[in-house]
Structures are given as C-alpha cells and as structure tokens.
Design a protein around this ligand. Structure first.
Ligand SMILES: [Zn+2]
Ligand SMILES: [Zn+2]
Length: 365
C-alpha cells in the first residue's frame, strides 16, 4: 500500500475552501515545486502530487467523492492518479506554451524520478539560432554564446571558502535525502524527503564561498562551436549531449538544444528538401526551344527547354535539392530542384521589336 497524503494538506488549504482558494493555492505550490525551478530531489514527486491534488479538488464531482470516501473512493470509481494530465492542468492555469521550451512533460531525462540521491544529470539548455537560407540548407559552423553553470573557480566547486571546512552532512551522510518513518496502525510508512540540515546538498559548509554563495556553481557565458548539419530548417531541433548545465552531485552535464530558424532566399523557395526556382524565358525561346543556365544551391546547370514549352511548366532536376545530413555529416536524403517556366512578356518595345512582332502576328494568330 502506498501512503497518500491528504489532498487538502498537499495544497495547504482547508476542507471548506472555495474553488478560487484552491486554484490560488495550486498556483503557489506548482510554482514552488516545478522541477524547472526547484532543484530539490523530491521536487518532481511533490509537483506531481500537487497536480494530482488539484485535479481532484478542482473537479466538483471528484471532490465530493474524495470528501466522502477518500483516496480509495476515487480509485474504486476508476480515477487513477496516473491518468492526471499534468501538462494540460499546468498550461490551463499558467497559460499554455509558456515556460521552458523543453517541456519537462514531453519526456526526456528528467522524467525519471530521482528518489536515489545519487548523481543527477544537469538541466538542459536551449538556444535559438538564426541561419541564412544557405546555412540551413548546406550546413554551417556557428560559434554560440551559451550562458550555463560551471564549477566555481574560487572554491573549486566545494561551495566553501578556500581553506575552510566542507564536510559530509552527518544527518543524511551526504545523500541529500533522509527517510521519515512513521507508524500508522500496524504498518510502518517510510517516505523520503530532502535533508533539512543541508538543503539536499549532502554537504555541511562552515563558511560559504562568497563568489558562488555556497552553491559551488557560477553562471558563465561560454562560446561553443557547433556544427549544424545540412538540411535543417525552421523548427529543427538539434540535441548536443553534455553541453548543458552542470550535473548535481557529480552527475553528467545536461544537454544543449539548438533551435533553428532559417530565413528565406532571394529566389529559391524551399519545400522540405526540395527547391523551387522560377525562371523567365523569352517567347522565342519558349516556341523554338534552346538551352538556358539555371542556378542551383551548389552550382549552375545548363538545362534544355524543349520547343513549344508553355508557362508554368515544371522541370525536375533530381539530386539538385537539399541534402539532409546527420550530425556526423552522412547524407541521409537528397531532394530535387524544380524549375518552373515563366514566359517573359516585354512591357516596352523598341520600334524594331514592334515591327517584328507585327510581322509575326501576320503569320501566327
Ligand atoms: Zn564558490
Ligand atoms: Zn544532509
């Protein structure tokens, strides 16, 4: 049997609280325990608990059942906590889409619960990069300035002033969490929570380092060279492992996410990996056929316009589109370039041209 806390005490409200009070209490608790804001090892579980409590107490039917029959009453009626859609509740209250782009809810490393107070992976860092059309299509190297946490150089990450004592917390033996045991009827209930003596850090610091205020970390802006593979587009997301924030308790660094924005091109249009180019051809060329030079992404190409070509005819140049490459530079897929004809109609005619066209109109109508 799992021990479940009373939903009212989870949100810190009275049994007769109004819906508005409950919503307000939820807001406060959710902000406090959101794992993106709270580093405590139990934050994620507390955050889920808060959301579960709110999902019940904000629904008058569920609240009634809970008031009368408690947790088991809800379970018997098929309401399981795992069915709580945290992201929709959270977005409803705080406005969707806000907050971090790497939604904690959409999965990823921090979805794992961190009950064991061992090493923990650092947070992910996101950065948006604006690329030209060519940079996105052909790949590029970018130096990105990324603000992220680093070991404090003054205390070498210990959090204590140099020369002062930093020891393992004796309450939690460096684990950062402690177990609370309580007796309920015949069962012993064991829960874990952050150690109050060291705030979950596992360390006892005699004199906190002035530079990092005892956290052992400082935020530094670092320049990192990133190779952006060919074929990315607006909305592409690159994940570069190990370039995020420092881990907790010697855990690995989080990941860096690079979000791509690409600008448009003067004359190329892009559709996935395909490229569309409009070319103007003269009326005599359209009628008689001939050869023209067209630009492609990587070079220039001569193509043949067959006699009798109309406007809006499309010629496909296979393999001349965008190459999608992976992070290692291997080509995964190649698009085509499409060339669409536009017939040039002269707006102003010289005397000579006018004469020729009038002569033409005598023989062609
Ligand atoms: Zn320091
Ligand atoms: Zn401790």
């Amino acid at each position: 049997m799992s021990s479940k806390r009373d939903y009212y005490s989870v949100l810190g409200v009275e049994k007769q609280s109004s819906g508005r009070d409950i919503k307000q209490a939820y807001r406060k608790a959710a902000m406090k325990w959101h794992p993106d804001r709270n580093d405590a090892p139990e934050a994620e579980d507390r955050f889920k608990e808060v959301n579960e409590a709110y999902s019940v107490l904000s629904d008058s039917e569920k609240r009634q059942i809970y008031d009368r029959f408690g947790h088991s009453g809800l379970e018997n009626r098929g309401f399981s906590p795992s069915s709580v859609d945290i992201s929709s509740i959270f977005n409803e209250i705080f406005g969707g889409g806000g907050g971090s782009i790497f939604d904690f809810f959409s999965g990823g490393s921090r979805q794992r619960t961190s009950r064991r107070a061992g090493p923990q992976k650092g947070r992910d860092v996101a950065i948006e990069v604006n690329l030209t059309f060519e940079e996105a299509a052909l790949g590029s190297k970018k130096s990105l300035n990324i603000p992220r946490s680093d070991k404090c150089s003054t205390c070498d990450g210990s959090g204590g002033m140099p020369g002062t004592d930093v020891s393992t917390c004796s309450t939690c033996h460096g684990r950062g969490v402690v177990q609370y045991v309580r007796q309920q009827g015949f069962s012993r209930i064991i829960t874990e929570g952050a150690c109050n003596d060291c705030n979950g850090s596992g360390k006892k610091i005699a004199k906190p380092c002035k530079k990092c205020r005892g956290t052992g970390q400082v935020t530094k802006e670092e320049s990192i060279d990133v190779a952006i593979p060919a074929g990315v587009n607006t909305g592409s997301r690159l994940r570069i492992p190990g370039l995020g924030e420092l881990g907790v308790r010697d855990g690995p660094r989080g990941d860096l996410y690079v979000l791509i924005r690409s600008s448009t091109h003067e004359f190329f249009d892009r559709d996935g990996l395909d490229i569309l180019l409009d070319v103007e051809i003269s009326f005599p060329l359209a009628v008689l056929g001939g050869k023209i030079q067209v630009p492609t992404l990587r070079d220039e190409l001569e193509i043949t316009i067959p006699p009798g070509t109309k406007g809006n005819e499309i010629f496909r140049l296979r393999g001349k589109g965008i190459q999608q490459k992976n992070m290692k530079g291997k080509v995964l897929e190649t698009g085509s370039q499409f060339v669409r004809t536009k017939i040039k109609i002269p707006q102003k005619l010289s005397k000579e041209q006018e004469k020729a066209i009038r002569a033409l109109s005598e023989v062609i109508s």
